[in-house]
Ligand binder design. Structure first.
Ligand code: ARG
Length: 454
C-alpha cells in the first residue's frame, strides 16, 4: 500500500500503535463473504474475467478455511484483517488478487464487515435472551405456588408469587430482545459501494451485492456509509440495558442466597468457596455479572466519545469502535449463558419463602382496602390501619394477633371477618387486574411464555 507514495518504511511504533489485526481478525469470515460478493459484482460489471473471479473466490475460501483451522499467520505489518487477506490472496493468485480492491476502499469494507458480523452476533444474542427467559420460566413454573414477600425500598411490602417476580425479568428480557431486533433492522443496510467517501467512477450493482450478503437495503449517502457507527452504538446501548437487567437479577440472587433472606440456594456447581473461611458458599457468579455491567456501560461511553466531534467522513478514530463492540458482545453472550445455567440449577427454599411471605403485616393494605369496601375514604382507612400497625410494632404482637378490644376500638368494621383477612392467597386472588399477581394471571402468563419460548 505504501510503495507508490512513500520512500521510508513506517516507524515500528506507529505500526504497533495502528495495527488492528490483533483484534479485528475475527471479522475474517464476514470480510471474505463481502469480498466474494464484491468480486462477483466486479465480474458482472466486466472488471474481472470469469477465471479471475473463480480464482479469487476459491482463493478467499481457502484462506477462510485456514484461518478457521488456526493455520493462517497474520502480520502486523499488514495492519488489519482486510489487508492481511487481500495481500495473501494476491501472493497466491497474482494479478487477479490485485484487482479485488477495484472500486472499493477499506472504509466501506470495514463498515460492511462490521454490520455483517454484528447481524450474526445479534441473532446469537437474541437466542441467548430466549434461553435465559426459558430458564426463568422453568424455575417459575416449578415453584408456581411459592410465595415471597414483594419489596419496595427493600422493605417487605406485599406478598407476591415467586413466579411473578421471575416473570418480571422475563418481560424485561423480552424488551431487550426487541431492542436487539430493532438494532438489527436499522443496521441492515449495505455500505459497500460508498468507496472511501465519494463512491467510485467504476459502477457496480450495489443491490446485487446487498442481496448476496443478505442486506435488505443499500445506504443512500456514501459519506454517511463510511462515517457513522450509530448502528454499533445502538447495539452497545441495547447491551448496556440488557446488562443492567442481568445485574438486577444477579443482585436478587445475591440477596436471596444470604442466610438473612434464605429464599434460594445456588447449586454447588454455581458457587465458590472462600480461601480463608471454610464455611462460606459465595455467589461470585452473580456478583461477576453485576460487576461486568460496568464494561457494558463503559464500552457504550467509550464509543459515544470516539464518535463525538469527528468531522465528516471516515477518520481513523473509527478503528477504536471494534474492541468496545467485541467486548460487549462477548460479555453479554457469556453473562446470558451463565445466568441461564445458574437460574436453571437454583434451588428454591420453599419453607423460608413461605414463612417470610406469611408475615401478617404484608396484608396491612388489604385491611385498608376492606375498609374502603365498607365505604370508608381510603386516607382514613390508611390512618386507622396505620395505628394498628404501630401498635403491633410497639408491642411486638403480630398484626393478626392484636387483642380484639383494640380492633373494636380502632376499626370495628373489621371485627367480624378479622381472622380471615390474613390469608395471602385470598389477597393475591383479589389482585386480578391485568398484570397483577393473582395466581390465575400468573399461570396464564406462564402458559403464554411457554408457548412463545418453545
Ligand atoms: N482498520 C481500519 C478500521 O478499523 C480499516 C479502515 C482503514 N481505512 C483507512 N483509510 N486507513 O477502521
Amino acid at each position: 500500500m505504501r510503495h507508490g507514495r512513500f520512500q521510508e518504511s513506517m516507524s515500528n511504533l506507529l505500526r504497533d500503535y495502528g495495527e488492528s489485526i490483533s483484534f479485528d481478525w475475527r471479522l475474517y469470515r464476514h470480510d471474505i463473504l463481502g469480498s466474494i460478493a464484491h468480486a462477483r459484482a466486479l465480474r458482472s460489471a466486466g472488471y474481472l474475467t470469469e477465471d479471475e473471479f473463480a480464482s479469487i473466490e476459491s482463493g478467499l475460501k481457502k484462506i477462510g478455511e485456514e484461518i478457521s483451522a488456526g493455520e493462517f499467520s497474520f502480520s502486523v505489518d499488514l495492519e488489519d484483517i482486510h489487508m492481511n487477506i487481500e495481500r495473501e490472496l494476491t501472493t497466491r493468485i497474482g494479478d487477479a488478487g490485485a484487482k479485488l480492491h477495484t472500486a472499493r476502499s477499506r472504509n466501506d469494507q470495514v463498515s460492511t464487515d462490521l454490520r455483517l458480523y454484528l447481524k450474526d452476533e445479534i441473532a446469537t444474542l437474541q437466542k441467548g435472551v430466549r434461553v435465559l427467559q426459558g430458564a426463568l420460566v422453568g424455575l417459575a413454573s416449578a415453584n408456581e405456588l411459592v410465595l415471597i414477600p414483594g419489596y419496595t425500598h427493600l422493605q417487605r411490602a406485599q406478598p407476591v408469587p415467586l413466579a411473578h417476580h421471575l416473570l418480571a425479568y422475563v418481560e424485561m428480557l423480552d424488551r431487550d430482545h426487541g431492542r436487539l431486533h430493532d438494532t438489527a433492522f436499522r443496521m441492515d443496510e449495505l455500505p459497500l459501494g460508498s468507496g472511501a467517501l465519494a463512491a467510485s467512477t467504476l459502477l457496480l450493482d450495489r443491490e446485487e451485492i446487498a442481496k448476496e450478503l443478505g442486506f435488505s437495503r443499500v445506504t443512500q449517502n456514501s459519506l454517511d456509509g463510511v462515517s457513522d457507527r450509530d448502528f454499533a452504538l445502538e447495539l452497545l446501548s441495547a447491551l448496556a440495558i440488557l446488562g443492567m437487567h442481568l445485574s438486577r437479577l444477579s443482585e436478587d440472587i445475591v440477596l436471596w442466597t444470604t442466610i438473612e433472606f434464605g429464599f434460594a440456594k445456588l447449586s454447588d456447581r454455581h458457587s465458590t468457596g472462600s480461601s480463608l473461611m471454610p464455611q462460606k458458599k459465595n455467589p461470585d457468579i452473580a456478583e461477576l455479572t453485576r460487576g461486568k455491567t460496568g464494561r457494558l456501560y463503559g464500552n457504550l461511553f467509550s464509543l459515544l466519545t470516539v464518535l463525538k466531534g469527528l468531522p465528516m467522513s471516515y477518520n481513523r478514530d473509527l478503528q477504536e469502535d471494534k474492541e468496545a463492540i467485541f467486548d460487549s458482545v462477548d460479555t453479554a453472550k457469556m453473562a446470558l449463558a451463565v445466568t441461564a445455567e445458574m437460574m436453571t440449577a437454583l434451588i428454591i427454599n420453599q419453607d423460608n419463602a413461605t414463612s417470610a411471605a406469611s408475615d401478617p403485616s404484608l396484608l396491612a393494605t388489604d385491611l385498608a382496602d376492606e375498609l374502603v369496601r365498607k365505604k370508608m375514604p381510603f386516607r382514613k382507612a390508611h390512618d386507622l390501619v396505620g395505628q394498628l400497625a404501630a401498635e403491633s410494632a410497639k408491642t411486638g404482637i403480630p398484626l393478626d394477633m392484636l387483642p380484639m378490644e383494640l380492633i373494636i376500638k380502632i376499626c370495628p368494621e373489621l371485627m367480624e371477618e378479622w381472622g380471615g383477612l390474613f390469608d395471602p392467597i385470598r389477597s393475591l386472588k383479589a389482585r386480578s387486574a391485568t398484570g397483577g399477581p393473582s395466581p390465575a394471571n400468573v399461570s396464564m402468563r406462564l402458559a403464554y411464555w411457554k408457548s412463545i419460548l418453545t
